[in-house]
Design a binder for this molecule. Sequence first.
Ligand SMILES: CC/C=C\C/C=C\C[C@@H](O)/C=C/C=C/C=C\[C@@H](O)CCCC(=O)O
Ligand SMILES: [Zn+2]
Length: 579
Amino acid sequence: MPEISPMDPNSYSRPDQVVVKELHLDWQVDFTRQVVAGFVLLTVECVQEGHDLILDTRDLVIKKSGKKTWKIKVNYETSPTCSALQWLSPEQTAGKRHPYVFSQCQAIHCRSLVPCQDTPAVKVKYTAEVRAPQGLTVLMSALREGQQEGEAHTTFKFSQPVPIPAYLLAVAVGDLESREVGPRSLVWSEKEFVDQAAHEFAETEVMLKAAEEVCGPYVWGQYDLLILPPSFPYGGMENPCLTFVTPTLLAGDRSLADVVIHEISHSWTGNLVTNSQWEHFWLNEGFTMFVERKIISRLSGEEARHFSAIGGWKDLADCIRTRGETDPLTQLVPDLNGIDPDDAFSTVPYEKGHTLLWHLETLLGGPAQFEPFLKAYLDKFKYSSLKSGQFVEFLQEYFKGQAEVLQQVDWQAWWTTPGMPIVTPKFNDALAIPCTALARRWVEWDPITTKNPFTKEDLQALSPIQVRAFLALLLEEAPLTSEKVCHMEEAYGMSSRLNSEIRFRWLRLCLRAKWDECVDAALQFITEQGRMKFVRPIYRDLYAWEEMRPRAVATFEKNRSAMMHVAAYVVAKDLHLRE
Ligand SMILES: CC/C=C\C/C=C\C[C@@H](O)/C=C/C=C/C=C\[C@@H](O)CCCC(=O)O
Ligand SMILES: [Zn+2]
């Protein structure tokens, strides 16, 4: 057994000795056995003489491997339990006629799909030929290079000419259709959702243009979106050329499109400029939140940027309350030795990372100074991977004229202090004021002394994002009484709102109030979709309500096989079913 790499505690590979530069994948997708079988051809380069190539694998059945000069061919197949893949039977799809399979490789699941150097320090170009049963479409995180009909199978060809880390390898196979939504963008999904998705994501090109204004040219050619089945565990995943998104974004009114702005932003922060270890994940996500909010500012104004940042700050506070303010995993740069990145994942790298960049922008003279720096940083580190220290070195060099200002930044404290950020920014709360006012009215209302003063008009002037913020504010308070949430339902008809972010917070509010009538709806919400951001807190709330605990555990046990590996893994922990 090789030793864990001194470069990356979550990988055995040693790219400092022998490094993989290119991959060619040749796969057959076998829905009957629920495996992907074939070979990978790895092109390697020797960095230090006299070393073997070490690859990461998990759960793979290696058939044979052979070596030509600098080319290594590994015949293998995945296991049905491959943690990167979710296999769906026809009954689990919207169309009910064809099976479906999709991947999620971030953070370290790629090794269960292909033997590879599964560390974000290594970037490879790839090509692929994938055969799937006729009638199905294969998509990958790459440019589509055509397809050929065979007797029972169709072969799809792909090429990703921009080097990418292993976690950005992605594949999806299903009965898919597409609609054009822009000059470089298609939306893909099962045909049942494709028109709804085309409407929801019609503003993709406007977002891409705003992103280019902030970050520079888009280098990936195509920017498509794939709307996955409901069990997809994340809001979105920034797979190059083909962002994967959850169908919980299909609100009907484009109000959840900020997730697409986020994924577009990753085309630069994360996909071009990449954290070289998962400990420096904030370089991916903190920067992406920062760019996302710069785009929001360009599209909806600076007040909207501040409003989004306030929401992020509150999400961070909620996360720290849940994890505990001394939890070492709430450090901006945590130690991941012996820790599965899936257990470390939280809002912290997103919002604490964003806060650091917001603070630096304020300190260094505002957007006029900081936005050109952002572009210079992306240009300097494009196509490479880095750690937090390299970011600081570049920042100090770029702003060497302001060395005294930068001396105020205690980098070590930023990296290693658990809990909330060491600096609290001043946000413009103009858009938050009506949300705060309404939340205060509900908290302060005494139903014993005062008649119910609430009507549906209270919400009329609030946008969906403001309603979401209003509920988030109430979640910060002591639980409302079940009588109050019942009145809220009567006044606002919250249960009939389709926006998943609103539905999520409303259900949490009801669970905290121990309002029996909401429990069936909560259980339905966490079984009809598998987005962990929604599923985990609701399972935790149900667990905390002692009488409901057995129902939560029974629901999880029943639904577990329909959840993606990562979601079942973390919910088992939330329900205290594993360490
Ligand atoms: C410090 C944390 C260390 C490592 C974590 C790295 C990866 C964690 C792994 O679990 C994968 C994460 C994938 C995230 C994908 C998309 C998110 O941006 C979605 C955010 C939540 C949502 O909107 O549903
Ligand atoms: Zn992200």
